[in-house]
Write a protein that binds this ligand. Sequence first.
Ligand SMILES: [Zn+2]
Ligand SMILES: [Zn+2]
Length: 622
Amino acid sequence: MAVDGRAGGPQPPNEVPLLTNGELALVFHEIGDLLEIKGELVFKTVAYHRAADAIAHSPVEIARAYRAGTQPRIPGVGKAISDKIAELATTGRLAFLDRLHAEVPGSLVEVLAIPGLGPKTVKLLWEGLGITTLDGLRTALDSGALRDAKGITEKGEQAIRFGLDALEQRSVRMTLGDAERIVGSIIELLGDTPGVVALTPAGSFRRRRETIGDLDILAETSDPGALIERFTALPPVEHVVGAGPQKKASIRLLRGPQVDLMTFPPGDAGTYLVHFTGSKDHNVRLRGIARDRGWSLSEKGFLRLGDDGEPAAGAAAELRTFATEAEVYAFLGLAEVPPELREDRGEVEAARDGRLPHLIVEADLRGDCHAHSSWSDGVHSIEQMAETARARGYAYLVLTDHSHGLAIARGLTPERVLAQREIVRDLNRRFASEEDAGTAPVATPAEGFRLLHGCELEIRADGALDFDDEILTAFDVVVAALHQGRRQPRAQLTERVLGAIRSPHVDVIAHPAGRMLGERARDDLDLAWDEIFAAAAANGTLLEIDGSDHRLDLAPERARRAVEAGCLLTIDSDAHRTEELAGIRWGVAQARRAWVEPAVVANTWPRDALLAWVATKPGRLR
Ligand SMILES: [Zn+2]
Ligand SMILES: [Zn+2]
């Protein structure tokens, strides 16, 4: 018996349980964390975390290989770490970690797991206040002890409280970008499993909810057993939550979300996709319609109901399955509802009455009205940003570096604005001549590509705009935003935004609600929204759907209300590096969730139409 064996004396090596790669990786992540808290040099702590990642992703079962005396080469694992793996593999223990625990309480690793809390703060809490556990931290927060502590600001205290709440509710949710990376890498790892016809992400990610908790993957396969075996043995798995009877399985990823895999036979995708994509409310509606028509709907298909209202048995039993979602909706007398709309917000009635919107798609966009360069807080040069936009097939990109009032983002002074303008002009000369010579990128549209000069104009705390009229008139497109003085009373905040909306020079209000999602979550600004929408509609000031997956601002309900109030929108990337220009797809997804059609989005228009619209603004002012 293993239990008896452990009770008496040292264990023989063959009774030491074999650590999985996931367990080994956790040990090295813990060492990295503890060293960070201790204040060890960054390169050392990073080395442990990097080794842990390599171990977690290794296809080899590392502990078994070490026991067998064949030490596989693992990237990032040198002699010091390799010796530690050997010790762990053979004894199940690590003297180095025991010594570390004597210096730094191991429970601090949990405290470090609070989203947004770094090792320096953890060290401060531990050494300054003797806090070593989550419970201790909660007590200190509730008693107000943190407020008086040295080195912790009021903002810091709020962040700790928010992070602790999030951790306790396990409500740390992924951004869409994170979810896409994780689900994409899993699908890539499983894609060539024998029998697999298709792997499709489902659930809230497929509906493009703003943030994602768990992930769902649907697998159409003739060999579910083989797929589940591969899935539950994926290298980055921390543990297998449950493997069902050969049809489904759940895993929790190392330092990541839970992922559910559901398999079904080839040809039956329709009802499975419908069932595992729609929100609960949407699916309830569909089941109701099915029942009215004499069928019971589940993921497996439609079962004919008998006279008693129960699925018919015996000879009368009938199961209808479909290969596509369109056929499932058609069987219910409905048009196919796009995944982003499946929330029971009126889409079922619209699908029944042929009133579903003609939703915007990414290809409708001809340009992007909000992007930064290294001149303010972006990473890449003006030219790199412009070239990437040009290669995307856009007709324009509006360069919108911050204005000087936003010092933390290295906002531009008027002098630097003028210097930028020269660069933009020179680039546009080159673009025009390349178009004339036929040497522009093939993706370039017939109207050509131009870099438009704009700025992200700070709406100052006192409501003033950050540049004077003379500078503002010279921009092609001005995007205004509020980043400071967020806690003013509603009337004052609203007045600041209204001031920008009514300015003859402001064309777009960027990220109007000032919200932040994910770890740095911040609520929407407290604005009188109906006044904002009415003023934006009356003056033709465009309201942005910011595509950054940390913002997605406006939210769908607000964007839908804005369009109903007669507002026009833009969908922008707010890119701070070239790769983020592609992030505009999250803005498109958000717009689709808001039922937005292309005509009300100003950056679906030709460049000349957009420029004409913003140029005639003074004449529209009320
Ligand atoms: Zn901004
Ligand atoms: Zn911005």
